[in-house]
Design a protein. Structure first.
Length: 159
C-alpha cells in the first residue's frame, strides 16, 4: 500500500475520479448481464443518500467507494474500484475498512452489498476480500431481485 494513502470524502465528479468510474462501469457492464449490472454512474453517485470516498496517493486517485444510506441503520457499499495499476497493494481492503468506520460513525448497524456471483470469475477477488472481512452471504435486499450473477452479502457492525 502506498505510504501516503489517504482515504477522504470526495466529489465523484472530481477529474481524478473520472478514470476510476469509467473503468468501474466498463468492468461491470462487460462482465454482467444488464439485469445484474447495478453499478452507479456519476449521476447515481451524486444523490443525497450517497457518501463517496476516494483513496489518494498525493493527488492521484487509486481507488474509490461509496456508502448508500438505506435507512434503519443499514448502509450499502457501492462503486468500490481500484485502478488496475494499483491492485494487489491492499487498497481495496483499506477502502473497505474506511467505509466500515464511516458507517459505524454514522450509527449504522449493518452493511450490505451486491457483487458478482461465482458465475463471474472477474469478481472472485472481490468476494474473497469481503469474506475475509467477515461478510456473509444473504438474500437480495432493497430493490434488488435475485439473479444468478448476483451475490448479496452482509456484515453486522454490532453484535
Amino acid at each position: 500500500m502506498p505510504q501516503t494513502l489517504e482515504i477522504r470524502p470526495t466529489d465523484p465528479a472530481h477529474p481524478a475520479i473520472r478514470p476510476l468510474l469509467e473503468a468501474h462501469l466498463a468492468h461491470t457492464s462487460e462482465t454482467s448481464a444488464p439485469e445484474a449490472c447495478h453499478a452507479l454512474d456519476l449521476a447515481g453517485l451524486q444523490v443525497p443518500e450517497i457518501q463517496f470516498f476516494a483513496a489518494f496517493d498525493g493527488e492521484t486517485a487509486l481507488g474509490c467507494g461509496a456508502l448508500k444510506d438505506l435507512g434503519e441503520g443499514r448502509r450499502e457499499v457501492k462503486s468500490v474500484h481500484v485502478a488496475a495499476a494499483a491492485r494487489g497493494r491492499g487498497i481495496a481492503k483499506a477502502l473497505m475498512l474506511a467505509l466500515h468506520d464511516k458507517a459505524r460513525a454514522s450509527g449504522a448497524t449493518e452493511i450490505l452489498l451486491e457483487t458478482g456471483s461465482d458465475l463471474l470469475p472477474p469478481f472472485d477477488a472481490a468476494r474473497a476480500l469481503y469474506e475475509r472481512l467477515g461478510y456473509t452471504y444473504c438474500a437480495a435486499f432493497g430493490d434488488y431481485a435475485p439473479h444468478p450473477e448476483s451475490a448479496f452479502m452482509r456484515l453486522a457492525l454490532v453484535e
